[in-house]
Ligand binder design. Structure first.
Ligand SMILES: Nc1ncnc2c1ncn2[C@@H]1O[C@H](COP(=O)(O)OP(=O)(O)O)[C@@H](O)[C@H]1O
Ligand SMILES: [Mg+2]
Length: 631
């Protein structure tokens, strides 16, 4: 009995740990429901969709599997070789045989290393290809989403989808899947080899396996949770960062740095805590499995040692010293892959979690799409008609209530009205940035829903309230959508909109660098550049939103002048705050709370003595006062 005491003690320790873990697991399980981490896509569905991305590269994966078989040979054969070496070292020493064994060992080792190298290279290459395809797909899909859908997802979240989440998936292809297959094969192979060598010792090693499985199951529960939390916190930080970096100037102006620092610290701490938990979970799991490994080694050495000394023959198989050495090596090759498998299973879960997030974005059906029989418009005249248009951003909250107006080709129409009246909304409806709920919008008598969106937008030039310039050069920003445009045409466009005067003063002219969002240019300069990039492709309809707000008088004169010229290009819809700038418009539409209150020419509206008259006299008097004050 006494000789079995060590085994009993080890068993008791393991049992105690297992019981403690089970208790902890039970506690966690109750909490899990309230955490809301459950996924809504099945693993199988996700795996199938992911495999589609791997399908074009199936040959690479097969090649990797074949190479991998060679590297597994090392894991299986090397313990036997070492056992043999032990035998001849301990027994009748035969130098030439020893050399042969060492040479074979070295040979297998080199082959295995070379195989591992090529395997890694092939997988990385393939993984990067899959990754780049996936990233592209996500990005392309995001571009198809409507303004409304985009308004609802924070930019930081999208960045996380395109970068972090796709990365987790590429890890799956480059590393996890293949090592999981390899580890499964190693476990099965080692088990087979051990069984052939000695049943009794194999059975003893197997006694530890249920514990490993138990730990693994518990570990998975914990780690899945910490993974989710780490992911969510990472998204949080990215979202916060992208918003606050864009708005950092406002933060500075309002002296909110400290408050923002605190907010950021909070998010950063949350991520730190999540990461620590992750490390903690791994930190417990690895030693647990290691403890099992050591216990099994101890048992092996104890029982094997006694068996070898006592010349035991169990199940007709003798226990010898070389078998103990071989088993000793096999045991580590048996436990390591099991532990690795449990961890890789987690990575896989994490990859699936990322995949789910990516597919959720990919599954967002773009709200504004072409009708199946939508037509292509080669040319339009520029006639626009709104017929009793009703529109709401949110159901029930009507922003436009039965708006009707008619614009003839080449006319200039201005929209005026208080902030929030719906001017910007009208302009964005014409290009189908949003779809209307009731009524009709017609271009040249055709409902815009029957026209291909790309074809529709091709004929429009939109100059929006806040001009967005991309980082690059002035030239690249002007050429945003036109290809095959000559330098001469670019210069001409700049001259046409009076942008040439400031561009000429720049050191590099058209090649002057534009920083992110064009923040090295003034609002007026950005506005002129946006005019240039709009008129360079001669749109039939031009849309201009409050372009003249917040601009110095000198630039305003330039802008006024270019506006006058642009009127000759095509139909023009303008939103303007300064009524003096739209006096020559063919039609002026005054909006209030989503309805048209008055419309007509400047003179007609003045004669009406209505809202427009009030607004105009108010502004006129104010400007007179300002002029008086200056002189
Ligand atoms: N993306 C949006 N989502 C929800 N409501 C919006 C959105 N854009 C504008 N609105 C609302 O629609 C109304 C009209 O806005 P807008 O057309 O921008 O007015 P403005 O005449 O000043 O250009 C406002 O009450 C505004 O709050
Ligand atoms: Mg507006």
């Amino acid at each position: 009995m006494r000789e079995y005491l060590p085994i009993l003690i080890v068993g008791a320790i393991i049992g105690a740990f297992a019981a403690a873990f089970c208790l902890a697991y039970a506690a966690i399980k109750n909490k899990k429901e309230t955490m809301g981490f459950d996924r809504h896509m099945e693993d199988g569905e996700l795996a199938l969709r992911l495999l589609k991305y791997a399908k074009p590269y199936w040959k690479d994966f097969v090649l990797v599997l074949i190479i991998m078989l060679f590297s597994i040979v090392y894991d299986l054969l090397s313990p036997i070789l070492v056992g043999r070496i032990e035998k001849i070292v301990a027994g009748e020493f035969e130098l030439s045989y020893l050399f042969t064994l060492v040479a074979v060992y070295a040979g297998i080792l080199v082959v295995s290393l070379v195989c591992t190298y090529f395997q890694a290279i092939i997988l990385q290459k393939t993984g990067q290809k899959i990754l780049s395809q996936l990233r592209l797909d996500v990005f392309t899909h995001i571009e198809k989403l409507s303004h409304e859908q985009l308004n609802n997802i924070p930019v930081g979240k999208l960045v996380t989808r395109v970068c972090n989440d796709t990365n987790a998936i590429s890890m799956m292809f480059t590393n996890i899947l293949v090592t999981m297959v390899k580890n499964c094969m190693v476990v099965v192979g080692v088990l087979g080899a051990m069984l052939i060598l000695n049943y009794a010792l194999t059975l003893m090693v197997l006694c530890f396996v249920p514990f490993v499985l138990l730990f693994t199951v518990i570990f998975r529960k914990f780690s899945r949770r910490v993974y989710r939390v780490v992911k969510d916190r990472t998204t949080d930080i990215n979202t916060y960062l992208s918003e606050n970096l864009s708005g950092i100037k406002v933060t500075q102006i309002f002296n909110r740095e400290e408050k923002k620092n605190r907010d950021f610290l909070e998010k950063s701490e949350a991520l730190k805590k999540a990461k620590q938990n992750q490390i903690f979970v791994f930190g417990i799991f690895r030693p647990m499995v290691y403890m099992l490994y050591i216990s099994s080694v101890l048992c092996l050495l104890y029982m094997g040692g006694r068996g070898a000394i006592g010349n035991w023959v169990l199940f007709g198989q003798p226990i010898t010293s070389d078998i103990i050495v071989t088993f000793y090596l096999y045991v580590s090759r048996f436990f390591n892959p099991i532990q690795a498998l449990a961890e890789q299973f987690n990575f896989l879960q994490s990859a699936f979690a990322s995949a789910e997030k990516i597919f959720t974005v990919l599954d967002m059906v773009p709200e504004i799409v072409d009708e199946p029989d939508a037509i292509e418009l080669e040319h339009i005249e520029g006639e626009i008609e709104f017929k009793d248009v009703w529109f709401a951003y949110k159901p029930g909250e009507w922003v436009l209530k039965g708006v009707s107006f008619h614009v003839m080709p080449k006319q200039t129409v201005a929209f005026v009205g208080a902030t929030g009246a719906g001017k910007t909304t009208i302009l964005s409806l014409i290009c189908r940035n949003y779809d209307i709920q009731k009524g009709q919008i017609l271009i040249d008598g055709i409902d815009i829903r029957h026209i291909k969106i790309s074809s529709l937008r091709k004929h429009f030039g939109q100059m929006l309230q806040d001009v967005f310039l991309f980082s690059g050069t002035i030239r690249s920003n002007i050429l945003l959508r036109e290809e095959g445009v000559t330098d001469e045409q670019v210069e001409q466009a700049c001259r046409y909109v009076n942008a040439d005067s400031f561009i000429h003063k720049l050191e590099n002219g058209l090649d002057e660098v534009v920083r992110e969002r064009g923040n090295n240019f003034s609002a007026g300069q950005r506005q002129l550049l946006s005019f240039a990039r709009t008129i360079i492709h001669r749109p039939e309809v031009m849309i201009l939103d409050e372009a003249t707000a917040n601009i110095d008088t000198e630039t305003e004169v330039l802008i006024q002048d270019s506006l006058e010229r642009m009127k000759n290009i095509g139909t023009m819809l303008i939103v303007a705050h300064r009524l003096s700038t739209i006096q020559h418009a063919d039609n002026i539409i005054l909006l209030s709370h989503g309805r048209i209150m008055e419309q007509g020419t400047h003179q007609e509206l003045l004669h009406l003595h209505g809202r427009y008259y009030q607004l105009y006299t108010l502004q006129y008097n104010k400007e007179q006062l300002q002029v008086g004050a200056r002189s």
